[in-house]
Design a protein around this ligand. Structure first.
Ligand code: ZN
Ligand code: ZN
Length: 320
């Protein structure tokens, strides 16, 4: 008889940590996700990929720490590298060090509610088929959860965030917990079509830069990105209050940036329209706040600013 034990299966290539929990639950054969997974961690009520870190990540990571080591866990099995340049420094150093405080810490990216693709778990049908063939299971890939990416890093297929027929989506994992097998929706049974990604150049750039962040973001500092953007714009600093021509100049930057930013990007990646994003309260895409006022912004906003300022290869180049 196989004893029920607390030990998790080892993470598969580029598998998100939470996905390991989902597979462990799947092996158990139970239907009660919350009660079963509580044997493993007390922190299982919210499991969407929108958070960088939660206590449940700690509980899971401790089971692999001796075999994989902290570096590999954080780099390959969480989204921490992608978010890390855009987190408060104390969070970044916590994630790098892997110390005990992480057992009690929740790290949420700023303004994540404005990012459309951050919450639902996403998958690629081709990966799911290959994984099923190779490993006997489907799983959630870290690379598929980047909210500034639309296609699979291996197959260039459009990632799914929900079933196109019944609209079922995975935000928690209580009803269904692993991606569909052979494209058959676990909720309605319909088979989804595989669609190839064919997006404009800006989208493709966002994707390749996002992949780069997930690979090497822990080595990239926010200061280096901000510094380069300041250099492009001109002034090294801005006074607390702007007057006259400087005020006009800053308004002009913002105006040109807003004109440059295509509607398709706003509609695809943000939960609000132009008005909601560019008002004074949101500041999620305000150049002066993010570049001069230490306002933290989602990776997506900073990437768009870099692209607008012609700093296309900065993320790829800046290793410091
Ligand atoms: Zn794929
Ligand atoms: Zn369905």
């Amino acid at each position: 008889m196989i004893m029920c034990n607390r030990y998790l299966p080892a993470p598969l290539p580029h598998e998100h940590l939470i996905s390991v929990l989902a597979r462990w639950f799947d092996y158990k054969g139970s239907r009660d996700f919350l009660n079963t997974t509580r044997n493993l961690s007390d922190n299982v009520t919210t499991l969407s990929p929108a958070t960088v870190w939660r206590p449940v990540y700690w509980d899971l990571s401790q089971q692999f720490i001796d075999t994989l080591g902290w570096k590999k866990i954080i780099r390959e099995h969480t989204l921490a590298p992608y978010y890390s340049p855009f987190l408060k420094p104390q969070y970044k150093s916590m994630l790098l060090s892997g110390g005990e405080p992480l057992s009690q810490t929740r790290i949420q990216p700023v303004q994540q509610n404005l990012i459309r693709l951050a919450k639902p778990w996403r998958w690629c049908s081709c990966c799911a088929s290959e994984d099923y063939e190779l490993f006997g299971t489907t799983y959630w890939h870290s690379f598929h959860q980047l909210p500034s990416v639309l296609t699979c890093y291996k197959h260039n297929t459009v990632l799914r965030s929900h079933c196109p027929y019944c609209l079922f989506e995975y935000q928690h994992l209580r009803r269904h917990w692993l991606p569909p097998i052979d494209g058959h929706c676990r909720e309605c049974g319909e088979q989804e079509e595989v669609v190839s990604g064919d997006f404009p150049q800006l989208f493709q750039w966002l994707e390749s830069t996002s992949f780069e962040l997930l690979r090497r973001g822990l080595e990239i500092s926010n200061e280096s990105l901000i510094g380069a953007m300041r250099q492009k714009l001109g002034p090294e600093e801005l006074p607390n209050r702007l007057f006259g021509s400087q005020r006009k100049e800053v308004a002009q930057w913002q105006c040109e940036f807003e004109e440059w930013l295509p509607d398709s990007v706003i509609e695809t990646f943000y939960t609000k329209g132009r008005e909601g994003l560019f008002n004074n309260i949101g500041q999620v895409l305000r150049l002066s706040s993010i570049i001069y006022r230490d306002r933290m912004a989602p990776p997506l906003s900073v990437l768009l600013m870099l692209k607008y300022l012609g700093l296309d290869s900065l993320v790829t180049d800046s290793l410091d």
